[in-house]
Design a protein around this ligand. Sequence first.
Ligand SMILES: [Zn+2]
Length: 638
Amino acid sequence: MIILFLLALYDGEITPENLIELERNRMQYPTLAELHDSMLSIAVNYPQIAKLDSIGESYEGRQILYLEISDQPGTDEGEAGLFFIGLHHGAEWTSVIVPLFFADSLVSAYGQDSMITWIVDNCRIWIMPCFNVDGYHFSHDLGNTSWRKNRRPYGGSIGIDINRNYSGGCSGSANDTWGGQPHPNTSHQPSNMFFCGPAAFSEYENQALFTFLDNQYINTGISYHCYGESVSRPWHWSMNPSPDSTLLTMLCDTIAYMITCQSGSGHYTSFQQSSWYQICGAWADFMYGYNRYVRGKPCYPFTIELGTSVAPDTIYLPQICRENFKALPYLAQCIDSVVSVTPRIVIAPEIGYQQSGNDYTVYWIPQTDVSVNFWRLWEMTGMNVVTDTFGTSNMRWNFSGFSPSTQQAHSGSYSILADYIDGYLAHATTKYPHLVEPGDTASFWTYYDLEPNGDVAFFEISTDGLVWQQLSRLTGYQPFWHNISHPLDEYEGKSIYFRFRLSTDGDNRYAGIYIDDFCPTVGYGSVNLSPPIPDTFQQFTNMPYGTYFYRAQGYNDQGPGIQSQLTRIDVPVAIAEEKANAIVNQSIYPTISRRFQPVDMNGAQIYNILGQKINNITKPGVYFIERNQKITKIVVID
Ligand SMILES: [Zn+2]
């Protein structure tokens, strides 16, 4: 059904015949100030449908501006969201002109062209022509024409490739994450043109964009680069198809087929990005994966390599702009339908509980409107936290490329080692979530010998196993045991995973990295998965003394969804604390008056004078009985 729909759209002539002629001066490469002035002019001249705003400032303090074009700019009316972003890379000037042309065309054709009017009335379109403002200023305005990166100094060099600085595909695979080096087009050398930065989202520009994107629902978007006359789709990090590959491919193929090449014949090529080269931390992977796995909202992002050079002669710009404009009305018209039929996973619910003594109810609140077939509850007991000396069989970690070693050890005979596999990503990840308590600190010992900025190890933390935050970046020559520790205050009350990764480049093999005496490593005596639960709560009654951990997980046609955070429930000995207090607070002696009457013990819980639960009353004395959540003191005289 979808196939027919998309083909039908393509068969129709969706290019507006009467696109408004552009002002001539837009068909040149503007200075950053001229660009911003043009964007301001659009907002001033079309205030009903265009709004100028900034996502924040670049490293050098320049505003990163965008236009929102819609019939109610600034208002979320539940319309399809489209995002067009230009110039991640300073030298790729055409990628500024194309999104600016889009903004120009939309506002000037609004009310004149019925299709454009429909699009503006029924979609929310964000246009950010120049993301890397410092890089463009340096490349274009200051004449350093081949400059690619932003302008932040790091490690004795200047600039980070901000299309390598996103956190990754958020799919749960260690291989999808920022900083992996499966291809030379990602580097940890600050001087390299593909330097990915010291950590994911280390850059002001990427942080600002993350905040912006996280506050919108964007259904589709295109990031413009130069050059290559191609349209590509996620994944960029993996050769495997993405989960929505069929739909992504159809959209990608259709867009590519619409856009005629600069030569006047043939059309743009369409492919999965990784088939060109594999990198981690690119925009499209983040847009796709973060929205899919973390937010549960489908997003279809594409990358277009414009034209046949980074900054072609301006006489080619009208052709490039007009041809590429075709993607906008196409996506605007079909994206709602595509999103509506996109299978969604069940993202992590929020979990909580209500407790009364040794009875409690665990409940969870779905965070998406996707239909859920059933839920399951993981129950974990016998929690124990150890300093892992890696001496015994490691049931608490998932290893890939790390393995126990006796070559070096900080204590005992073993540590874990990842060594000298070129162009590889080794990782060790804790298997079970750990609920962070006040005062918790992560601590480990390490010994490493790594090619400086070529082979780099990371110590990372995550609350969901999807998005990881770096705590340590380790590289260079430190061949002696030393301790690294991080207070976990900001994670208090959250359940977390830890991960070590070693990303190696294609040359210079060194000894590698050893890790030992890691704490806290959590394990559980038992881990049980409940049968399917049709509702969003589960009741537990008369639970034995102990500490229980739960996390909930939804299942739908896509299989198991993302697990919730942990919730911890402590069942005290025999009687709940508040009941013990209630009993103690009752006066036991003296008994001023006595009213003797038979007591119905049916269904009652019985406690002795110390508040300890007992099965039967066998001797005269003072007891407490609990019925219907009411505690009554009784005196048994016979
Ligand atoms: Zn680029």
